[in-house]
Design a protein around this ligand. Sequence first.
Ligand code: NAD
Ligand code: ZN
Length: 379
Amino acid sequence: MANTINVTTAPEAHNYDIFIGDDLLPRVGRHVKKLTGITCQRVVIVSNKKVFGLYGSTVVDSLEAAGFITSTILIGDGEKYKSLTTAEKILSHMSESGVRRSDIVLALGGGVVGDAAGFAASVYMRGVGVVQVPTTLLSMIDSSTGGKTGVNSTFGKNLIGSFHHPLAVIADVSTLKTLPAEELRAGLCEAIKQGALSGKQLFDATARSVENVAQGDIGGIADLIALQIKFKASIVAGDERESMSGRGSRSRKVLNFGHTFAHALETVTDYKRLRHGEAVGYGILMAAELSKSLDLLDHKSVNLLYDVVRRVGSLPYVADVEPDSVMEMFKHDKKVLSGGLEYVLLRSFGRPVIQSADTISPKLIHSAISRVIRSGIGD
Ligand SMILES: NC(=O)c1ccc[n+]([C@@H]2O[C@H](COP(=O)([O-])OP(=O)(O)OC[C@H]3O[C@@H](n4cnc5c(N)ncnc54)[C@H](O)[C@@H]3O)[C@@H](O)[C@H]2O)c1
Ligand SMILES: [Zn+2]
């Protein structure tokens, strides 16, 4: 049985469906046919060698059985391949294969594939449709919905990009069976982040799933993914373009809970030690500690958050990281470029607040980082 969620984003009224369930890949062709009608002839599949090796033939067979001409472009595996060079390769492939404006791109893979393919689709002939087929937990609950696409460059992560909503998202949860445990862990940390932002109900549902999933039992995950996506979609619907001045609890910026700390940790460890989601695991604890120091969040909620992050399994070691070096990284955060560094803090589960860094004593920030690093959570 598949869950279907219909997403509408204002103000431009994009409307698309998100399908979540088991064994959806063999039905991809039929879904795409329904979405695109008779005008679309070609589907360009963007994937990487690993994911395509596992699921490519099922997707190709399904699309061809539905009457599409397919071609495939495989990109490198890893964050460093989410680049302009990769986007250019995808665009060259599209041009050489004679892709027309009525044709579409299908992104088969995790967030790296989804972001790069979505970006290429958004600029090819000023925009062709993209269907996102996420195959990691993180890309199912987060990156495939919401329309943000992009690539990294010498001047920063995700600083070149566009808003380009997919025609549909097809999340086949059976693909999670082959996902390495560390990748599942990274996705779970992002799920905890969204749970804490949404409120006690989603937080508790996420906490219940965490232990099972961390032990490789993914039964029931489709329902959690559906709840997670509903929450993300509800935030995106109200603030599609992440308005710069927005500071309310429904601003899209709240989805960055824990991310100011996470990005600094990723940078200071040279992007080698922590997956993005794992850094978010640490980041949300730091943001919670800071919220407690500012008398916003109570002790009990902070402990609960530690508890659930612990249940994900051990995170990579960071006890040797100096809090000062993490603080130094804030100066280079891309948010500084876009109008000043802000922290997303919590008053309670479901009640985020956005506060400018200028109003918070660096001493408090330093000690929040320090407490989490020394908490032993990554040992
Ligand atoms: N656009 C957005 O709104 C948004 C939101 C959050 C994150 N992101 C981006 O998402 C990216 C991270 O995505 P990710 O965590 O999915 O990482 P990823 O795409 O690098 O995938 C992680 C690893 O899992 C492998 N893999 C994927 N599916 C698999 C499967 N089913 N079985 C076995 N292996 C599989 C991949 O080959 C890769 O090695 C980052 O670039 C981040 O910036 C974007
Ligand atoms: Zn994230």
